[in-house]
Ligand binder design. Structure first.
Ligand code: FES
Length: 329
């Protein structure tokens, strides 16, 4: 099997992928692409999220260029309309219902909403969306961020988000300068029921722009952290500060194709909820832009054979993800 075109591997079709914020589909249609497959998202009159192949069964027009009307999703080409089951409910050129051919039906796929996001799974899901203890917890609030398109392979994003050695080099404009360039021995372990990774402590720069996020005013803050992955591409980092503030980052990568991905992250934190959400995540979004800028300079898919790249002990977390991902494929 050729593993450098990982998006063609059918095993990946059975996982949930975040593709939009829920409010991006209001009511749609919205075009997204997952694992190379163009999809259309929209809502039924009852507000239920739907997803289908972005192709009209009549003459292949992209349904995402149509509109959502009261009876369903209407194609822009000849106005056929598809109801909540995906079946055609109206053909303007032949309004009598008996004229609707049985093949006039959308190829729907699995869609749901969780954590403020729209998720799709191309095949029957092999597992539920990851449970996040913090969601709905009275002490924590959830903050969503936009779903962006990164011209980066999902393989390189997972590798990067499991990395720690690059922080003092890439995140020089945000929090990275205070972190030692030397990485201590890292022990990999099952962090909880979901994530496999490592625990570590770093010093982080805490410039004025970061103080609303860290909750501290000192120029450097210590972060007690964990970073772990859940296959195929989900990474979770938890940050604890000396003040007791916890800041949880769920990093969600969805392959559009082998070398392009959606990226969004969700934050949960146990602050006093007084700082507006957009101010809390502004610093994290600047950090994400530093990652994106670096990664978009690295072409192609990360070789899944770990022997194909040079590595050192500091790369063990990234290598653990890579080995498990290769085994999944
Ligand atoms: S192509 Fe969609 S109605 Fe004709």
């Amino acid at each position: 099997m050729q593993t450098d075109v990982f998006t063609r591997n059918p095993v990946l079709r059975g996982y949930w992928y975040a593709v939009a914020q829920s409010h991006d589909v209001a009511p749609g249609p919205l075009a997204v692409t997952v694992l190379g497959e163009p999809l259309v998202l929209w809502r039924t009159a009852d507000g239920v999220l739907m997803a289908a192949r972005d192709r009209c069964p009549h003459r292949d027009a992209p349904l995402s260029l149509g509109q959502v009307v009261e009876s369903g999703l209407q194609c822009p080409y000849h106005g056929w309309t598809f109801g909540a089951s995906g079946a055609c409910v109206r053909i303007p050129s032949a309004p009598a219902e008996r004229a609707i051919p049985p093949t006039a039906c959308l190829t729907t796929t699995h869609a749901t909403e969780r954590y403020g996001l729209a998720w799709v799974s191309l095949d029957a899901p092999v597992a539920d969306i990851l449970a996040m203890f913090y969601d709905g917890h009275a002490r924590f609030r959830r903050i969503n961020t936009p779903v962006e398109v990164w011209r980066v392979s999902a393989t390189r994003m997972a590798d990067n988000f499991m990395d720690i050695a690059y922080v003092p080099w890439v995140h020089t404009g945000t929090f990275g300068r205070a972190q030692s360039t030397e990485v201590p021995p890292l022990t990999l372990e099952q962090l909880d029921d979901t994530f496999y990774g490592y625990r570590y402590t770093i010093d982080a720069n805490n410039p004025d722009a970061a103080t609303v996020t860290s909750g501290s005013q000192t120029p450097v803050v210590t972060r007690w952290m964990t970073t772990g992955f859940a296959l195929p591409f989900t990474i979770c980092s938890t940050i604890c500060y000396a003040t007791g503030l916890e800041h949880i980052l769920l990093l969600l990568t969805t392959p559009i194709d082998d070398v392009t991905s959606y990226f969004t992250f969700v934050v949960w934190r146990n602050d006093d909820f007084s700082v507006p959400a957009n101010e809390v995540i502004a610093f994290d979004r600047r950090i994400g832009l530093e990652d994106k800028t670096m990664l978009e300079r690295i072409p192609g898919v990360l070789p899944l054979d770990v022997a194909a790249t040079a590595s050192v002990p500091a790369d063990r977390p990234s290598l653990a993800w890579r080995r498990q991902f290769a085994a999944l494929l």
